[in-house]
Design a protein. Structure first.
Length: 410
């Protein structure tokens, strides 16, 4: 045994057990999802696709990948799936390479409005390959304005429109996006990485049949292993999408252990208990948001329809980074984040982003959200007082100790 690594894993287990995990893109995978990740499936090379590998010995690897594909298609009600993307960004880049030529125009959500780096941020390779234009949420409401997006699309004439976000707390209307894309002759890609679990439970409208291609990760609200996934309906797109993933250059040898864990995750997401879970995720986010508002925290868009909250901290007189760091000292894990039209920079943004997928996986319900909002408020009121923050941390550890940790205890 590598005692150094073993010790670090134990420390991380303790951290995940004791602290409040409120990063909206994180979750606790079950033991059944975690088990295949450390299996012998990790030993095998299998470049290529089922029945068409560049390596021998892939009989069972093919069966694993086929099971993952069939379950993904069933879960999201679509015709085709590629389960090989290593994560969300490789999935997104594969789709761009499949559908576009270098220099084509992508219209996507601005990072500050809730978009994602891989949607064409200037710091991403995507912006060097393609011409990027961003749409924003309304400055007044913090919500997408579809009329304004249509006008912009007519003017910009993009070849691809991306609907999807990393920090948008409201329902995304994929049907409206598809009307806009059709009107300007663009493909529509939906990136549902954050909301995949809600879509799988029919608690957020599905991007099908509206989007040409859907990408997601499997480890956020879907509660699977770290990984990506591409879904689509039109067979005419199959060759180009699969070719972009491999051998097109985004990645080579697939991670077969992760395919198996994805298959388990898709199975789990089809069970009635998963819908009960995702319903509670949404209820918890609403309650947490309402409680934070009673402590005079301002929420972008004034609330949430999904699993996440974006807090505009400008009335607190302190930036998101300082607050996220103070909350960390108090055992409350969130991330600092830009807010729409943020007057500050991505390194010192004016917001924090938090969500309820992980705490709900631990069995927390409405009354626990009231408690969590109280801890957050207490910590923010004692930002520079390390002694007080340490006392809050003790209370947090005492609070979390009565909740089991999926993957460790259950
Ligand atoms: N890191 C993911 C998130 O937190 O939303 C996106 O890459």
């Amino acid at each position: 045994m590598d005692t150094q690594i073993d010790e670090l894993i134990k420390k991380e287990e303790k951290r995940q057990r004791e602290e409040l995990q409120l990063i909206p893109s994180e979750n606790y995978a079950s033991k059944n999802v975690l088990a295949p990740l450390s299996s012998v499936l990790s030993n095998k090379y299998s470049e290529g696709y089922i029945g068409k590998r560049y390596y021998q010995g892939n009989t069972y690897i093919d069966e694993v990948e086929n099971l993952a594909i069939e379950r993904a298609k069933k879960l999201f009600s679509c015709n085709f799936a590629n389960v090989q993307p290593l994560s969300g960004t490789p999935a997104n880049i594969s789709v761009y390479l499949a559908l576009l030529k270098p220099g084509d125009k992508i219209m996507s959500m601005n990072l500050a409005s809730g978009g994602h780096l891989s949607h064409g941020s200037p710091v991403s390779v995507v912006s060097t390959l393609f011409n990027i234009v961003f749409y924003d949420v309304s400055e007044q409401t913090g919500v997408l304005d579809y009329d304004q997006i249509l006008e912009q699309a007519k003017k910009e004439k993009p070849q691809l429109i991306i609907a999807g976000a990393s920090a948008y707390p409201r329902i995304i209307d994929f049907e409206k996006f598809s009307q806009i894309a059709k009107e300007v002759g663009a493909y529509l890609m939906a990136d549902i990485a954050h909301i995949a679990g809600l879509v799988a439970s029919e608690l957020h409208p599905s991007p099908f049949p509206f989007a040409d291609v859907v990408t997601t990760t499997t480890h956020k609200t879907l509660r699977g292993p770290r990984g990506g996934l591409i879904l689509w309906n039109n067979q005419d797109l199959s060759a180009q999408i699969n070719k972009a993933v491999f051998p097109g250059g985004v990645q080579a040898g697939p991670h077969n252990n992760v395919h198996a864990a994805k298959a388990v995750c898709f199975y789990e997401a089809m069970q009635p208990e998963f819908k009960t879970y995702t319903q509670q995720v949404i209820i918890n986010a609403k309650v947490l948001g309402d409680e934070l508002r009673t402590h005079s925290f301002n929420l972008v868009s004034s609330g949430t329809d999904n699993h996440l909250l974006l807090v505009d901290l400008r009335n607190k007189g302190t930036g998101g980074k300082t607050i996220a760091q103070a909350l960390d000292k108090a055992g409350i894990i969130v991330n600092y984040n830009m807010i729409p039209y943020d007057p500050s920079t991505p390194f010192k943004p004016s917001g924090i982003r938090l969500g309820t997928p992980a705490v709900t996986s631990r069995g927390m319900v409405e009354k626990d959200m009231v408690k969590i909002a109280g801890f957050i408020n207490q910590a923010v009121e004692n930002l520079s007082d390390d002694v007080e923050l340490a006392k809050i941390r003790e209370q947090v550890i005492n609070f979390t100790s009565s909740f089991k940790v999926p993957g460790l205890d259950t």
